[in-house]
Design a protein around this ligand. Sequence first.
Ligand SMILES: CC(=O)SCCNC(=O)CCNC(=O)[C@H](O)C(C)(C)COP(=O)(O)OP(=O)(O)OC[C@H]1O[C@@H](n2cnc3c(N)ncnc32)[C@H](O)[C@@H]1OP(=O)(O)O
Ligand SMILES: O=CC(=O)O
Ligand SMILES: [Mg+2]
Length: 553
Amino acid sequence: MIEFRSEQVHVRVHAPANKAAEEMLTPDALRLLGLLCERFDVRRQALLAARKTHATSFDAGDVPHFLSAEDHPAQRDPHWRCAPVPDDVQDRRVEITGPVDRKMVINGLNSGACVYMADFEDSTSPTWFNVIDGQLNLRDAVRGTIAFTNAAGKVYTVQHASRPATLFVRPRGWHLDEAHVTVNGKVASGSLFDFAMYFFHNVHHLKEKGTGPYFYLPKLESHKEAALWNDVFVAAQQFMGVPIGTIRATVLLETITAAFEMEEILYELRDHSLGLNCGRWDYLFSFIKKFKHHTDKLTPDRNHLTMTTPLMEAYVKRLIYICHKRGTFAMGGMSASIPIKNDPAANDAAMQKVADDKLREVTAGHDGSWVAHPALVKVAKDVFDEHMLTPNQITSKPGYVGSSINEQDLLRLPPIPHGKAITSEGLARGVGIVLAYTEAWLRGIGCIPLHNAMEDAATAEISRAQIWQWRSQKASTQDDNRPITASRVAALVQQEVDRQCNGVAGKSKGKWRLAGNLVENMLNKDELDDFLTSVCYPHIVTTAYDDGRIAKL
Ligand SMILES: CC(=O)SCCNC(=O)CCNC(=O)[C@H](O)C(C)(C)COP(=O)(O)OP(=O)(O)OC[C@H]1O[C@@H](n2cnc3c(N)ncnc32)[C@H](O)[C@@H]1OP(=O)(O)O
Ligand SMILES: O=CC(=O)O
Ligand SMILES: [Mg+2]
């Protein structure tokens, strides 16, 4: 068993040992993790409890509100700015994201994008293998030695001659644990595990290369959660003996509560901040989840929830205004469309959809944007190259229109054509998405292509939360006037599981039955679970006991 023991901390790894674990879980790396967990986990737990308290008040009909100058210093001083942007990330016009899988990391670095965001969150199922192997992959990527040979013998290496993308890393959100590691007997935080391992092993190499430890911070719900990250950064930098401000981080603005505290979030992280990003998919999920009991916020089918709906337009405008006012990046989000193979006309239409989305973003004033697939890098880059002639728009597009966005604007749903808001097709499609995503996730795959789009933990959550909301609010599908009941949802889940398991070779070997049980329960239970991934996590944990036994829960 791998462990580290000092007077202050006892860190134990309860997972089968493998080469990656032995290389990454060195005594000093575990010491940093142990100190961070010991020092900050009580605060993390208190903030998670605060999320629940706020959720209870939203359930009772409350909505979030902006903070005032009395509430927080961010509003009191008009002059503060986020730390200056480092030279190597002045231009972030196209960022590609993907799991920490070895081949993906190499392909992402070679994709022609400015940034590759290696993701331990929405697109990674955090099996022990994925998490620890991901750290090894990133270590090798930072050192420029990463290589991979596929089953057909094709060798993948980073093309150093054609400027590889700059690496950003997204650790898991505050709500996720790393069950394979305990610190002083308590399960470690997944966020601190991912952060500490990457930072410990790479900070000095990154600095030598003229770059830095750059992060994306997911699913924050308040400025207090940003302040926690800031304090973690300060402690970690002190531990490694590097200056404060070595770490830089962009916060995913992807919860409805965080949208009311954009400026405060930037303020808390100002010495480390690299702006905010419109994490549109989690944002929609958060909106549905927080207002699940509000009868005036019953959401229409997912395909109606686009970036041109009033609440999404308001969020984009406000984010651009706040970020540029404080001298930092206002990043756009992810178009979920991916290339369509074997159908050129459909593919052209999908690419045009991505280009339109990027045009909307660059025109609004975003400084860059996300894509899900290497084939989309050029599509997005062409649009930004044509419309953004400077490395970014931080000073050239102040986005003043965002200054007038008010609280109601951030909560306004679109008017939907009568009779078309919630449909039987939308319901069946949503059930299919949650099920297919859950099944893949249970097999250790955190992002899948489905219906010519990418589905990950954020997009699938929209479907899960809205089906729960429809059933709980006793909505009906409007095309056939049938109520959305628990038995109807259960039947749809069952039909899809049977379709997947019967007669399709190999599919019965998957996790469809388990996924079916979990999904039916999540969609039909009285309480909406906070996160699909938290519900499913126990099913991917592999624990090694002291006597050498290995168990899957
Ligand atoms: C809401 C959010 O949080 S968005 C951020 C999280 N989501 C993501 O990051 C999405 C990442 N994207 C992906 O995982 C994939 O693109 C999928 C699952 C959507 C589609 O995967 P596939 O259908 O397997 O893609 P496809 O077969 O077309 O891939 C072609 C090649 O591109 C590579 N590729 C595909 N997506 C990526 C990516 N995001 N980064 C790097 N390489 C990629 C594949 O590895 C493959 O390489 P190869 O030809 O050398 O074997
Ligand atoms: O992480 C991004 C999102 O849209 O969610
Ligand atoms: Mg997200």
